[in-house]
Design a protein around this ligand. Structure first.
Ligand code: 6GU
Length: 267
């Protein structure tokens, strides 16, 4: 990952949507630490004429509106002039689906120019000539790319070295190892009758670490088997999972012994 400052420029017709996004939490901290710089460009500022129109009816007819190419092209050119080293990204449901590995890829770049589409989409000639990469945040339809741009900026920023507090916080969490995170508990020790697992109170760090790995594995197995399939298990993980198999076999064996003892069916 590059150690320099990462530059995000967002092209949108609703720049105000980003004001509170920049102003809170880790994004704000990353700006204050000079790990990222952020700005918005209002596409409307590049529209010609008294009404500053940014959309128009589609050629060939049909419903919905299309973002006009000239204001977008001018806004992208202005952004490139400001940050020539940036990758130009169009947020669109037709793009490659954003995930943690794309977030990692983006976190290693010097800059992103994020173009937020609205309406039915942008004029195809923009996609062809002014965009390096098309990104979707998942298989559903949003009213515009702004919330998707925030998702991309958020996920990339937290991976920039020095942005998160603990050195390992980004490395340890979900997906960095293709495992879901272990369960978390804080005070009080008893909450509405529910206790904190004993091992976490034991002070035995080796046991705690083992418990966390084991709960990570079992959660991933129960909730997201798909993640486990494209992941190689290490020796410790294989040992833990083999132990589950043995435990399960033991239970099943005890059951079959008992049911062959009695004639009462599968009680
Ligand atoms: Cl990036 N934009 C829009 N409009 N819809 C989406 C999306 C993006 N990603 C998923 N759905």
């Amino acid at each position: 990952m590059s150690e320099g400052k990462m530059n995000f420029i967002v092209l949108t017709i609703f720049p105000e949507m980003f004001n509170s996004f920049w102003a809170h939490g880790i994004i704000r901290k990353a700006i204050e630490l000079d790990k990222i710089s952020v700005s918005t460009i209002n596409i409307r500022d590049f529209a010609k004429g008294r009404h500053k129109v940014t959309d128009d009816r589609p050629y060939g007819g049909g419903c919905g509106m299309v973002m006009k190419p000239e204001p977008l092209a001018a806004a992208i050119r202005a952004s490139v002039a400001r940050a020539p080293y940036s990758r130009r990204i169009l947020l669109t449901p037709q793009g490659r689906v954003f995930d943690q590995s794309v977030a990692r890829e983006f976190a290693s770049l010097q800059g992103l120019i994020l173009v937020c589409g609205r309406y039915e989409g942008v004029d195809e000639r923009i996609c062809d000539d002014f965009i390096d990469d098309e990104i979707s945040i998942g298989d559903y339809v949003l009213t515009g790319g702004e919330s998707a741009a925030m998702v991309v900026i958020d996920a990339a920023t937290r991976l920039i070295p020095g942005v998160l507090g603990g050195l390992e916080s980004a490395e340890k969490d979900s997906f960095s190892r293709n495992l879901l995170e272990h369960a978390h508990y804080t005070r009080p020790r008893t909450f509405e009758g529910a206790e904190v697992p004993e091992v976490l109170l034991s002070g035995n760090h080796k046991e705690i670490e083992k418990w966390r790995l084991e709960t990570s594995l079992i959660r991933t197995f129960l909730k997201r088997k798909d993640l486990m399939k494209d992941r190689s298990l290490n020796r410790r993980e294989i040992e833990i999972m083999k132990k589950w198999c043995l435990d399960i076999e033991e239970i099943i064996h005890a059951q079959s012994v008992r049911s062959s003892d009695s004639l009462s069916g599968d009680q």
